[in-house]
Design a protein around this ligand. Structure first.
Ligand code: ZN
Length: 134
């Protein structure tokens, strides 16, 4: 089972911040996005049937900068999560189950950009491509 505590493990206090459009994203909106992310992930977990370890869930802006995250990283808005996948089992499963991923509304950073984890996000990149290079 996946929990909100896992998504908030590194940054338990949600900090409001502006997105790339200059819109201030309030903490209650970030929490709501995390709820949606968690719900969709729980469905993946259910069908995948194996444990899924959160490497990085919500990141406040300071922590995101500290770990070298992208300036407009979706992790700061509760829209993305990284799941550990050192043996690429999850990645392979996702690719076999891409129709489910599309139905759930997940987009992914490319395999080469995420060598030992899977980056899930619940918003499309500007390109709209399901698996994209960040
Ligand atoms: Zn990520």
């Amino acid at each position: 089972m996946m929990t909100m505590a896992e998504l908030l493990a590194k940054c338990p206090k949600i900090i409001e911040t502006r997105n790339k459009f200059g819109i201030l994203i309030k903490s209650d909106v970030i929490l709501h996005s995390l709820d949606i992310l968690l719900y969709r992930l729980s469905i993946v977990r259910h069908f995948y049937g194996k444990s899924m370890i959160v490497n990085s869930g919500y990141r406040d802006p300071e922590y995101n900068q500290k770990v070298g995250g992208a300036k407009w990283s979706n992790h700061q808005y509760g829209l993305a999560v990284d799941i550990a996948d050192p043996e690429r089992k999850l990645w392979d499963w996702i690719n076999v189950n891409m129709v489910l991923m599309e139905e759930l509304g997940f987009w992914f950073e490319s395999k080469t950009a995420t060598p030992t984890w899977v980056h899930f996000q619940i918003v499309p990149p500007i390109s709209g491509v399901r698996i994209f290079d960040p």
